[in-house]
Design a protein around this ligand. Structure first.
Ligand SMILES: [Mg+2]
Length: 347
């Protein structure tokens, strides 16, 4: 089987009038890039990456995929996806195999696995070896722009849906404001729901230590991205000093970034992002690498690709998702969700 065409399509989305916000960024949405690989056997596969912000990013990525990556994929066999993955890393090394380049690699890597699964008529987890029947999931419920009333209502809705764990944003200007917000969440959630907190890289190490101790006392389950993602020394210091598990990874690139954090003992829970990590090929490696260090894997973001991966990772801890709409094929039961059964990454 050979790839005969790689189609790139760019979707631009006008900025939302009511953007969501965390401690670092305002996320008004910017659009997405979809790639489709078509083969000489009539089988196709798709991959998509989205942008929470930066209006020009989808067009810039579309051009990068078209001009830099497409020539490497044409003529390749989807079953040789790992070879194509390595070729894309080698080609982009000249300007850096991260940032937009890695978003493009991830989209193509996803499309190739999807195509391979579809060619064989099996879900991708069947290519990798499955270990879990269902995956525990948590709801990300607490953007900073939500007023208290709406925030409490959304927390309560997540519990009603059957989530056993939720995550809220913190990183307000003061610790007192963070604590107050956590107390609002706790009242809405009751005592039995796990509560994770995420500061989106916004604090100094000293402040992250101070707040981490407070969140530990409040019984929070993990402390996510308290400081800038590349501050390996800072994470190592926090992991040493705090009992609350330190979670990070959504802004790390490639297996090598994760290897540095794992080797230093600078992370307690890894949270790879499909785009920045480099697609299913890289995330599978990252997940197994973390397992070798006895470190759990929690996804950044949800969706069928992460679910196929996590079904095959012994160290899978939590899928991140939003509240689940009634028409979603993903069904929550006892705090866990089902794994897709369709070919490739389809449901
Ligand atoms: Mg986060």
């Amino acid at each position: 089987m050979k790839v005969t065409e790689l189609e790139v399509s760019v979707q631009r989305r006008p900025p939302s009038p009511d953007p969501i916000r965390d401690a670092l960024q305002t996320l008004g949405g910017a659009g997405s890039v979809q790639v489709a690989v078509h083969t000489d056997e009539g089988v196709s596969g798709t991959g998509e990456v989205g942008f929470g912000r930066i209006a020009g990013a989808p067009d810039a990525l579309g051009a990068l995929v078209e001009h830099e990556l497409r020539p490497l994929v044409l003529g390749s066999d989807p079953a040789w996806v790992r070879q194509t993955h390595e070729a894309m890393l080698r080609e982009t090394e000249y300007h850096g195999s991260f940032g937009l380049a890695m978003f493009g690699i991830a989209a193509i890597d996803t499309a190739l696995w999807d195509c391979l699964g579809k060619a064989l008529g099996v879900p991708c987890w069947k290519l990798w070896g499955r270990v879990h029947e269902r995956i525990p999931a948590y709801a990300m419920v607490g953007w900073l722009n939500y007023p208290d009333g709406e925030f409490a209502r959304i927390c309560a809705e997540a519990v009603e849906q059957g989530f056993h764990a939720v995550k809220v944003k913190v990183g307000y200007p003061t610790l007192a404001e963070d604590v107050r917000r956590i107390e609002v969440a706790r009242r809405a959630l009751g005592d039995d729901v796990r509560l994770m907190v995420d500061a989106n890289q916004s604090l100094t190490t000293a402040e992250a230590l101070r707040r981490g101790r407070a969140f530990q006392e409040l019984g929070c389950y993990w402390w996510e991205e308290p400081i800038p993602a590349d501050d390996l020394d800072g994470y190592a210091e926090l992991a040493d000093a705090l009992d609350i598990p330190l979670a990070t990874g959504e802004n790390l690139y490639t297996r090598h970034d994760f290897a540095r954090f794992l080797r230093r003992g600078a992370v307690d829970i890894i949270q790879p992002d499909l785009r920045r990590g480099g697609g299913p090929t890289a995330l599978l490696d990252v997940g197994h690498l973390a397992h070798a260090f006895r470190i759990p894997y929690a996804s950044h973001g949800g969706g069928p690709v992460q679910l196929n991966l996590m079904a095959c990772l012994p160290n899978a801890l939590y899928l991140e998702t939003g509240r689940i709409s009634a028409d979603s094929p993903m069904k929550l039961e006892d705090g866990t969700v089902n794994v897709p059964e369709g070919p490739g990454f389809s449901w």
